[in-house]
Design a protein around this ligand. Structure first.
Ligand code: SF4
Length: 654
């Protein structure tokens, strides 16, 4: 880790805290940011990623990464001959890890096996057929100086994937050899015994623990005194602007009445980048759903330079390309934006079903505010739409549907946000569901603890808790915190009310570029647990084109799980990282046998084959997914001031 990426600051939120100085989300992007190629060499430990791409240098690095594979590509008269020779070389590499005299690090051998498995899959003719691209042919043309025959240029992202794959199969990943602490500490520990061994081990664990703490300081929560004070100032400013009182602020009805629906209050109350201003104005004038509660606006830093609120802003201030895409798709929005294929999983209006025991009920089709990367943006027309409530007939029919599907015992009531409905309607809905003997759990999916915590009045908590009957029926609240900065005394108070009433509160996080930096999600987990929320799912972002800029490669979610989440106690990492396969449902990303890389495209995107969750139970065909290129993601991190060396092992997660 390189300390130069962030530094001590005078205006920090707690003693010893550090602040994140370089470009942050919401600021103007850094000009022509590119990263240097070799993320493994010590020489680049302190580089600032502001270099021009030297394509030829990347190519040289590719051939140096595995001279044997390079020779095969050069000596083969055509791609088919190269394929045979490459398979033979990969077989030899795989076998060599079992040789007695192979003195590679045992864990490096594991990387060899993984890399060989992936490379063989990419070389497979069937995968070339499925994806319409042959990485092998591209490599063969490049090796033989025939770039002009490529058809489409291959990117640096493509070259970097193969530089690392070549190194991986050759036992040169160097994940372990370059770790100074590992080199220094682990052999000592293994040579020692008893107390001496324990002390040596403890020293290594201290180092890891200090690393976690150091990163955690980058991501303050809204429970820090300094942040609380900032937010109080924001609240008072908002109240002056809207002409409200302190009592009004705590009134959910007042909050909903003052939901911000256009650019003006934002321009008046916080600094915006030019892009943000234009996007908000364009969204408001073109009917793109947009809305922010005054409470949530108070979580945004007034000045752009503070830099802690990037995830809060990104949640509700749409980027320009998002606005353009949604406007473009408006006429066919309800199909074009329905990435999860909910049209094809709804047996009757208001119901979605993807699992044997669970169904989703959507009685209310709007929210207190609009999240930019909402999965349901294809059906939410506008914030607090007056037409949001389901018709009486549809709701009755949907509730009746459960009587005919008695295997469904777990009902997720979501929307939209059902907690925006009046208390009486929530009560009626729960009454009807609770009257069905086979319904043993009702989950309420709501973002109100995050965006409108004052909605959890004593009365609403009483209504909900009344249907929670241990041993018979559970009521749980599932919410959606994205970042530690969203955690406030108000959200904690709402969660604690629910906990005291006996209800569990879970969190479903979407893993985006806004919360994917080193230990950023680990910090969120820690802060959630501190207020009484259990991390439940971490979602890989949907492959929806309009939100592409938020997306994080699958390799990063796997890296986070292994290198960051694993350093926390088990109770702090109760979430499961998942990929939601359209129409079918969640695929657990840690189940490596349920997905595999089948191709690397010229853009550097990996193509994954996802097996459905019911693999080995029912025969459902796999799903192909084109990921965002790792290189592009690293560029984005670099533009935000991250040291790319911190992420160097990402290439070896598949
Ligand atoms: S609260 Fe949920 S349903 Fe509503 S806009 Fe946000 S993500 Fe979508």
């Amino acid at each position: 880790m390189d300390d130069t990426t962030y530094e001590a600051s005078d205006d920090v939120t707690e003693p010893g805290a550090v602040t994140f100085r370089p470009e942050v989300a919401g600021h103007e992007p850094a000009p022509s940011t590119t990263i240097i190629d070799d993320v493994f060499a010590d020489a680049v430990a302190t580089f600032k990623p502001r270099f021009e791409v030297n394509y030829e240098a990347y190519l040289d690095r590719l051939w140096e990464a595995n001279p044997e594979l390079h020779r095969i590509l050069c000596e083969s008269p055509d791609p088919e001959t190269a394929r045979d020779a490459m398979y033979a070389a990969l077989d030899r590499a795989e076998r060599s890890v079992f040789d007695l005299d192979n003195d590679l690090h045992i864990l490096e051998k594991a990387t060899v096996r993984e890399a060989v498995r992936v490379f063989k899959s990419i070389l497979g003719p069937v995968n070339e057929h499925r994806t319409g691209f042959s990485a092998l042919r591209a490599l063969w043309l490049l090796a033989n100086g025939r770039q002009d025959e490529l058809g489409q240029p291959v990117s640096v992202g493509f070259l970097l994937e193969f530089i690392n794959l070549f190194r991986g199969v050759g036992g040169q990943a160097n994940i372990y050899h370059e770790d100074r602490e590992a080199r220094r500490g682990i052999p000592d520990f293994l040579r020692l015994e008893g107390r001496a061994a324990a002390e040596a081990r403890s020293e290594i664990l201290d180092f890891m623990g200090a690393t976690v703490r150091k990163y955690f300081l980058k991501y303050p929560s809204g429970l820090l005194e300094r942040v609380i004070a900032w937010r109080e100032e924001n609240r008072d400013r908002l109240l002056r602007y809207f002409g409200g009182s302190r009592t009004d602020w705590d009134d959910p009805v007042w909050q909903l009445r003052h939901v911000i629906r256009d650019a003006r209050p934002l321009l008046d109350l916080i600094e915006l980048t030019t892009d943000q201003r234009r996007a908000v104005e364009r969204a408001a004038t073109n009917g793109v759903p947009f809305g922010i509660t005054p409470y949530y606006l108070s979580l945004m830093d007034r000045e752009l330079t503070v830099g802690y609120d990037h995830a809060v802003r990104a949640q509700v201030i749409p980027p320009p390309d998002y606005v353009d895409t949604v406007i473009e798709l408006t006429c066919r929005r309800c199909v074009a934006l329905d990435f999860m294929g909910e049209h094809d999983t709804s047996p009757v209006p208001l119901i979605t079903r993807r699992y044997p025991r669970i169904a989703i009920l959507k009685p209310f089709n709007t929210c207190a505010q609009i999240c930019v990367y909402c999965q349901r943006n294809w059906e939410i027309d506008e914030v607090l739409s007056p037409k949001a409530a389901a018709s009486k007939e549809d709701l009755e029919r949907a509730l009746e549907w459960f009587d005919h599907h008695r295997a469904v015992g777990d009902v997720l009531v979501t929307g939209g946000d059902p907690c925006i409905m009046p208390d009486s309607q929530i009560e009626h809905l729960l009454e009807v569901l609770a009257s069905k003997p086979h319904v043993y759990r009702i989950r309420i999916g709501t973002r109100t603890p995050v965006v409108l915590p004052m909605r959890w009045t004593d009365r609403l908590v009483d209504i909900v808790a009344r249907f929670h009957e241990p041993g018979r029926r559970e009521i749980a609240v599932v919410t959606h915190f994205e970042h530690s900065y969203e955690i406030t005394p108000e959200s904690m108070a709402a969660v604690q009310k629910l906990r005291r009433a006996g209800l569990s509160v879970y969190n479903q996080q979407v893993f985006t570029v806004e919360n994917s930096r080193r230990f950023e999600t680990a910090k969120l987990r820690r802060d959630l647990r501190a207020i009484g929320v259990d991390p439940y799912y971490t979602f890989n972002m949907k492959g929806k084109e309009e939100t592409r800029r938020y997306m994080v490669p699958i390799a990063r979610i796997l890296q986070e799980r292994k290198e960051e989440a694993r350093l926390l106690p088990g109770l702090d990492r109760t979430d499961e990282p998942v990929f939601n396969v359209p129409r079918l449902g969640k695929n657990h990303l840690r189940a490596w046998q349920d997905h595999r890389v089948v191709m690397i495209l010229p853009t550097g995107s990996r193509v994954y084959e996802f097996h459905p969750w019911e693999k080995n139970i029912t025969p459902v065909p796999p799903y192909n997914y084109v990921d965002v290129p790792i290189y592009e993601y690293l560029e984005e991190l670099a533009a935000r001031g991250e040291n790319i060396r911190d992420y160097r092992t990402i290439w070896f997660y598949y």
